[in-house]
Design a binder for this molecule. Structure first.
Ligand SMILES: Nc1ncnc2c1ncn2[C@@H]1O[C@H](COP(=O)(O)OP(=O)(O)OP(=O)(O)O)[C@@H](O)[C@H]1O
Length: 238
């Protein structure tokens, strides 16, 4: 039997006395696209920080392709874009991409970099400028380009469309669909339910520390007898 790309089992996370995750169970299959949705403060970023081993778990376990998430080797097949993406301000865009790819032992192919940057509608000339001169959306595009340039079996993206204009959002969705078509699994958070509906095989709704719903967007609408995903989401968390 194939190991899931991701498996959260009874994941618990507290900050002091405040319990944020209280027994989260969720799986992402290899090649599957799953979105994690929830209100502000539901714990989505906390779950991702746990997955990346940026913080200790207070209970439960996480595996990445069957390996304990705390082992550095387990995270090798994973590409990650954090929610608040702040590249070192003194690097040029090109230097940042080179830095990220080199860290991962990945060759830097200028033609591939140019193609990816163009595919995300970031001006190629911007790569020569330091990132301190970038707008929020340009910075986000740079982070996405660096992340997606490394071929990975699993991409974990915290609010990947944050700050992107409608054109860039559409281009990013095309890139993500291409990754999925090539066999990569995708696990991302989003507040944009239209994007979730369009992109995902399955969605998971995190509320009050637990997964309230996991299934396809169509199943979500059916379960909550809603015409729209927004209505279904609101009924789920009511
Ligand atoms: N380092 C921390 N110390 C204390 N509390 C924290 C810390 N990080 C997050 N929290 C709290 O944990 C809860 C979950 O936060 P988290 O950032 O995981 O939510 P989120 O679902 O990603 O929210 P958003 O949609 O607004 O990005 C919030 O109440 C937040 O204040």
């Amino acid at each position: 039997m194939t190991d899931p790309a991701l498996r959260f089992h009874q994941l618990a996370k507290r900050y002091g006395d405040t319990s944020v995750l209280q027994g989260v169970d969720l799986e992402v299959a290899p090649g599957e696209c799953v979105a994690l949705v929830g209100v502000n403060g539901a714990g989505k970023t906390s779950l991702m920080k746990c997955l990346l081993d940026f913080c200790a778990l207070d209970g439960g376990s996480i595996t990445i392709f069957g390996q304990d998430h705390r082992q550095p080797a387990a995270r090798a097949p994973l590409g990650f874009l954090p929610e608040r993406f702040i590249p070192p301000y003194y690097l040029t865009g090109a230097e940042f991409i080179q830095y990220i790819l080199t860290l991962q032992g990945q060759a830097v192919e200028p033609a591939a970099v140019t193609a990816m940057v163009q595919a995300l509608d970031l001006e190629v000339s911007a790569l020569k400028r330091t990132v301190r001169s970038y707008s929020k959306g340009m910075t986000q595009k740079l982070g996405l380009a660096a992340c997606l340039l490394a071929p990975k079996a699993l991409y974990v993206l915290d609010e990947p469309t944050s700050g992107l204009d409608p054109k860039a959002r559409a281009l990013l969705k095309a890139q993500l669909l291409a990754r999925r078509a090539a066999g990569s699994a995708l696990f991302f958070t989003s507040h944009l339910l239209a994007d979730v509906d369009e992109l995902c095989d399955r969605m998971a709704i995190l509320h009050d520390g637990r997964i309230r719903f996991a299934g396809t967007p169509a199943e979500c609408r059916a379960r909550y007898q809603a015409d729209t995903l927004e209505q279904a989401f609101l009924r789920c968390i009511a």
